[in-house]
Design a protein around this ligand. Structure first.
Ligand code: DAH
Length: 339
């Protein structure tokens, strides 16, 4: 019996010499100490041992088990230490290597222009509001006094999502949404994306940005509109900038106008930039049409308002003297880095 135990112990120790992984170590533990392991087999054969010899043999088996367990623990510890060492060696950081270069991004030209527009109007007490880009026909057209067969609807051909749902063609769609909430006075600015079924060229894109402004209060007059937008033009294009209002037509304002700014390149003398006219068209505006107020539940006898809509890209292109709208969307870093 003593020899048998000795043989088991030696076999186990021999195997442990070669162990390289924790998994293998566990296998060996099971092979020798497990329920069906070599030592358990020996214990099972105790019934064949003479009763008087049993305590002695039992002690021998226990000794062998203790020795094997001690050895297993020892090897396990050594293996863990070795693995930790290898891991540390692997993860060594070479502090002498050159650092990875950080590329820092910055705002897109559109956003730089938008931040400037917002700063001006927030300073004038306007609140920035958001509206949905996927819009109901009602808010994009109907509530703005553009009924189903109005020609203005043709000019703003767009993408229909289905039924009466479409991608908004103008940020003017937020006007009714805000007015019908019933809180007055109103002084809001609403920037965002708009969509039109236009071919891409140097001045058109099927998706672009507008900034809508709306003021409703008592005693708002065209003088308020002119004063506000003249200040805005100076802020954006320089203190010398003059403005000119040309009569125009928008279904949702009456009277309506387009505002031109004096060319900031030539000061109004006429140059290549302003195509010789000295003026550059910049936005649409007007006094909110009484029908538009009424439809949104505001009494036009008590309240009046003005509104305006600016193309954000137009501002960005002019301010930074970019001559092709497509450059704004191509995401060529060599272009974008210049601003
Ligand atoms: N929504 C108009 C457009 O897309 C721009 C505009 C004109 C907005 C006059 C207004 C406005 O608020 O009063 O062409």
């Amino acid at each position: 019996m003593k020899e048998r135990l000795e043989a088991i112990r030696n076999a186990c120790f021999a195997k442990l010499e070669q162990v390289e992984s924790m998994d293998l170590l566990q296998e060996i533990r099971v092979e020798f100490l497990g329920k069906k392991g070599a030592l358990t087999e020996v214990l099972k054969s105790m019934k064949d041992v003479a009763p008087e010899d049993r305590p002695k043999v039992g002690a021998l088996v226990n000794d062998a088990r203790a020795a094997i367990e001690a050895k297993l623990d020892e090897v396990k510890e050594a293996l863990a230490a070795k693995q930790q060492e290898a891991k540390l060696a692997n993860e060594t950081i070479d502090v002498t290597l050159p650092a990875k270069r950080m590329t820092e991004g910055h705002r897109h030209v559109n956003n730089i222009a938008l931040a400037e527009v917002e700063r001006f109007f927030v300073g004038m007490g306007y609140e920035i509001v958001d509206g949905p880009e996927v819009e109901e026909d009602y808010y994009n057209f109907e509530a703005l006094n553009i009924p189903a067969n109005h020609p203005a609807k043709d000019e703003q051909d767009t993408f229909y999502v289905g039924g009466d749902i479409l991608l908004r063609t103008q940020t003017s769609s937020v006007q009714a949404r805000i007015m019908e909430k019933g809180k007055l006075p109103l002084r809001i600015l609403s920037p965002g994306r708009v969509y039109r079924a236009d071919e891409v060229d140097a001045t058109h894109s099927p998706c672009f940005h507008q900034v809508e402004g709306l003021v409703v209060d008592d005693n708002i007059t065209f003088a308020d509109l002119k004063g506000t937008l003249a200040e805005f033009a100076k802020e954006m294009f320089g203190a010398e900038t003059k403005v000119k209002f040309r009569p125009h037509h928008f279904p949702f304002t009456e009277p309506s106008a387009e505002m031109d700014v004096s060319c900031f390149k030539c000061g109004g003398k006429g140059c290549r930039f302003c195509k010789g006219s000295g003026w550059i068209e910049i936005l649409g505006c007007g006094m909110v049409h009484p029908r538009v107020l009424t439809m949104s539940g505001i009494d036009p006898e008590k309240y009046t308002g003005f509104a305006f809509g600016v193309g954000l890209e137009r501002i960005a292109l002019l301010k930074y003297e970019i001559d092709d709208l497509r450059l704004l969307y191509e995401n060529d870093l060599r272009f974008l880095k210049q601003f």
